[in-house]
Design a protein around this ligand. Structure first.
Ligand SMILES: NC(=O)c1ccc[n+]([C@@H]2O[C@H](COP(=O)([O-])OP(=O)(O)OC[C@H]3O[C@@H](n4cnc5c(N)ncnc54)[C@H](O)[C@@H]3O)[C@@H](O)[C@H]2O)c1
Length: 253
């Protein structure tokens, strides 16, 4: 049984994939897992080559793959590359997403499809490739990043973003049910507003104080406050959790 003070040992020699790892929460969680000794794959469209090179130079094990997670062929190729290199996959963190602030009248069908494809279909595509490997191993941890927007609604996102994140909640519960017999844990985290490049792009500076005033804990989350919960869900400390939708929102719901 893993003791809390030993939990980072869980990551040694594990193979972990993080999507959307070139920025924000994804980068921070990938760097943390690599720091704890996992073979860590940074997936993003533009790549995280410099981040991975720095980690490798520091004696860690990191691989940067360029992949659009909404593109089935690219996802298939990325997962095949990872499996060929490491021979197993222990942790998948489906984190990549985009946001757009717009009213329904101003959202084109193209916008809708792009947001749904990036935020929800991508999780299906990555899981579809990774699940057979985890089933074979009879072990694995999948963490899907949803949002407070998917659990309730949003002050700073469009209806397509909110629908995609609500989709992640249903996707997570059903996948957890399907994979429980194989000892694969599937959980989701619903972060609220967190200081990252995505928030900087969507929260007007004049709205920041009003938002802070509406949060019971009285502040916007730091990246570490989201990363720590993802690490917990990726570790053996959460071995009896599956299908959980974990709110990390400063008491907003
Ligand atoms: N920051 C917040 O306030 C907040 C709040 C709630 C939920 N979230 C969720 O947390 C997660 C991380 O958000 P963040 O704030 O760190 O965002 P971010 O914009 O800083 O990072 C998103 C990452 O996803 C990548 N990405 C986007 N589209 C991609 C694609 N098609 N293929 C591959 N990679 C792609 C980007 O390149 C980037 O690396 C997202 O799922 C987001 O919806 C964030």
């Amino acid at each position: 049984m893993t003791k809390p003070h030993e939990f980072t040992d869980n990551f040694k020699e594990k193979v972990a994939i993080i999507t959307g790892a070139s920025s924000g929460i994804g980068q921070a969680v990938a760097e943390a897992i690599a720091g704890y000794g996992a073979h860590t794959v940074f997936i993003s469209r533009s790549g995280a080559d410099a981040i991975a090179a720095d980690l490798n130079a520091a004696g860690k094990s990191a691989l940067s793959l360029h992949c659009d997670v909404s593109n089935e062929e690219q996802v298939k190729q990325a997962i095949a590359t990872i499996f060929d290199k490491y021979g197993r996959i222990d942790i998948l963190i489906n984190n990549a997403a985009i946001n757009q602030i717009a009213k329904i009248e101003d959202i084109s069908l193209e916008d809708w499809n792009r947001v749904l494809a990036t935020n929800l279909t991508s999780q299906f595509l990555c899981c579809k490739q990774v699940v057979p490997i985890m089933k074979q191993q009879r072990s694995g941890k999948i963490i899907n990043v949803s949002s407070i927007a998917g659990h309730f609604r949003s002050k700073i996102s469009g209806i397509h973003y909110v629908a995609s994140k609500a989709g992640v909640v249903g996707f997570t519960r059903q996948l957890a049910y399907e994979l429980a017999p194989f000892q694969i844990n599937v959980n989701a985290i619903c972060p609220s507003q967190t200081y990252t490049p995505m928030l900087a792009a969507t929260l007007p500076p004049e709205a920041e104080q009003k938002l802070i005033d509406s949060i019971p804990l009285g502040r916007i989350a730091s990246m570490e406050e989201q990363v720590n919960v993802i690490l917990f869900l990726a570790s053996e400390l959460s071995s009896y959790m599956t299908g959980a939708i974990v709110d990390v929102n400063g008491g907003q719901l």
